[in-house]
Write a protein of this length. Structure first.
Length: 592
């Protein structure tokens, strides 16, 4: 019998999971590269209305197509065996850094499906409300923002590792900055800075955790445990035939019994394997890793699991689930004994960094001056959910760090109290909006710390949906979103959490007037130079090529329309709809 063994998650390979995150990106590019320049060059109100109608069709259509793709894969997910059902797709192995890869992988399990379904449902409801508004009042910007926020949320929920998660968090942070700066550029800068800090801290925590799986820090620096190895673990028995599976180290070549010609390429799932004694050699770049000789019994399911540093969530889960002959979780025990720089425990330090990153990303309320239809998406399913969902994804680490649940619950309670404090500065409907904007993330963290993953996911869906409903009802009530009275602004600015940092800032400025003033002037000069460079880059790299492409397409359209009788845009959307339908049918019936 192979040693060690473990109850590992059984994955099913997918080739179409990327469609879920592709459609919002298509909608974003359509709004930025097609609608935006055409609206800018439109002559007359009728031409502007036609272009905004195109923006509305693209906005609703791409969100609907993303929802359809998610539903198709959810149906396929429900048809998988109940023990560890998940869909997995490796988009690329990424860059190899030191002892580990930086893979770009997507994973759709029950938790990711719940969070992604919430994001799609809220975005679709917001799109329907937005589509019913008069076109001149709603240009292409809100539609582009919806696509950006939804794309960031879907990438964050489906990301299987810190590398794709960084891309999703970057999109979500950009959406949050745009929403906060909709009417106030300073607020947008603050949220963008907060998002950048959260992203950097998340990557730092992921790097600390990854390196902690392969070694420890002492006074002489980093001391690696040795060359990363691959173990053959038993994941199940009693099947019709013996099989072998490997879903990590995408692109690696696996040789069975020292064969030099016939080989397997990772990822692969349940490939038939003859019973008996076998050895496996995993060739990854210039490195060969061999498993000890193992005896495979008839009907056993074998998984090849690399042990060592990893940035993949499911690879981390596989390692922590491995047991040795005595039944001990030897990888988890080894990781718990490793220390980081300064002698802190690696797992506890990584979890604290990731908790801080989640708070920086999600524990803020959309400004009341922002469009409430868009704030419904941010407060309900995107900005407020991505941070807590990372902790839900990594809850398997909580047993390795004592009192983690208490810390997470305490942070959730603090976030919830902050939302209550902010809401008390307002009255009436605005009080509920202020509370709904900041409460969901705190409630999810509180549920995760006190009850675990299942209650946290239930609270994420319920609280996110309720927050979205509050903002959408306020948007439908007809109240002017820009009419925030000055009294409310004063009360908000005089809140304790804002007044204390302000007074401290004035004190420091009076004490270090010359130093702080010189630094502020330098930063301001650099900011102006950077803004000029960004504007020039936007003009030369985005606006000018987009205008040229739009002009060419417009000329081609004028020539083609008399021949086909309809607009090429209509043909393009019909073709994309057919592709989405084909993907849906493939997801439902593939492998059935």
């Amino acid at each position: 019998m192979p040693e060690p063994a473990g109850t590992l998650q059984r994955l099913a390979l997918s080739r179409t999971l990327w469609l879920v995150v592709a459609w919002p990106l298509v909608g974003l590019l359509w709004q930025a590269l097609w609608v935006r320049p055409r609206v800018a060059r439109s002559r007359g109100a009728d031409d502007v209305l036609r272009q905004l109608a195109s923006a509305r069709v693209a906005g609703v259509g791409c969100i609907a197509l993303a929802t359809t793709a998610l539903l198709g894969h959810a149906v396929l997910l429900a048809r998988l065996p109940a023990n560890g059902r998940a869909l997995f797709e490796a988009l690329g192995r990424g860059a190899r850094t030191g002892a580990f890869d930086a893979p770009v992988e997507l994973l759709l399990d029950t938790r990711a499906a719940m969070a992604a379904a919430l994001a799609c449902a809220v975005a679709l409801a917001a799109a329907v409300v937005l589509a019913r508004r008069p076109a001149p009042d709603r240009g292409w910007r809100p539609w582009a923002w919806l696509q950006l926020a939804l794309a960031g949320a879907l990438v964050s929920f489906l990301a299987d590792g810190f590398v794709p998660l960084a891309g999703g968090w970057g999109l979500v942070a950009a959406a949050g900055a745009c929403l906060a700066g909709w009417h106030d550029a300073r607020a947008g800068v603050v949220v963008a800075t907060r998002g950048a800090v959260g992203l950097a801290v998340m990557l730092l925590g992921g790097a600390l955790l990854a390196w902690g799986l392969g070694g420890s820090w002492d006074e002489d620096g980093y001391d690696a445990d040795g060359v990363a190895r691959v173990v053959a673990a038993v994941t199940g028995a009693g099947a019709a035939a013996s099989t072998v599976t490997m879903t990590t180290s995408a692109g690696s070549t696996v040789f069975v019994d020292e064969e030099r010609t016939a080989s397997l390429r990772s990822p692969f799932v349940r490939v038939p394997l003859a019973p008996g004694a076998h050895t496996f050699r995993v060739h990854d770049g210039d490195e060969d890793r061999r498993t000890p000789r193992v005896d495979v019994s008839p009907g056993e399911e074998i998984a090849l699991v690399p042990v060592g540093p990893t940035l993949s969530f499911h690879a981390l889960a596989e390692q922590l689930a491995l047991r040795d002959a005595s039944g001990s979780f030897f990888v988890r025990r080894t990781a718990e004994g490793h220390v980081g720089p300064g002698g802190v425990a690696v797992v506890a330090g990584a979890l604290l960094l990731l908790l801080a990153a989640a708070g920086a990303m999600s524990a803020w309320s959309p400004p009341l001056a922002s469009p409430r239809v868009l704030a419904a998406v941010a407060a309900g399913a995107t900005t407020s959910a991505v941070g807590p969902f990372l902790l839900v994804r990594l809850a398997l680490l909580f047993p390795s760090a004592p009192h983690t649940g208490t810390v997470v619950a305490s942070v959730g309670a603090a976030v919830l109290l902050g939302a209550v404090w902010q809401a008390l500065a307002f009255a009436g409907q605005r009080r509920w909006l202020a509370f709904a904007g900041g409460a969901p993330s705190g409630l999810v963290l509180l549920a995760l710390g006190l009850g675990g993953v299942v209650p946290a996911m239930e609270v994420l869906v319920v609280a996110g949906g309720a927050a979205a409903v509050v903002y959408l009802v306020a948007a439908r009530s007809g109240e002017d979103e820009d009419a925030i009275d000055e009294a409310s602004r004063v009360r908000q600015d005089e809140a304790l959490l804002v007044r204390v940092p302000e007074r401290l800032g004035l004190l420091l400025a009076s004490m270090e007037r010359w130093v702080v003033g010189a630094v502020a002037s330098a930063i301001g000069g650099l900011a102006r130079v950077a803004a000029w460079m960004v504007a020039a880059a936007d003009e030369q790299l985005v606006a000018l090529p987009g205008d040229l492409a739009a002009t060419g397409v417009e000329r081609a359209t004028a020539r083609v329309v008399p021949w086909i009788g309809v607009s090429p845009a209509t043909v393009a959307w019909v073709l994309m709809g057919l592709v989405a339908l084909a993907a849906f049918l493939h997801a439902v019936w593939w492998g059935g």
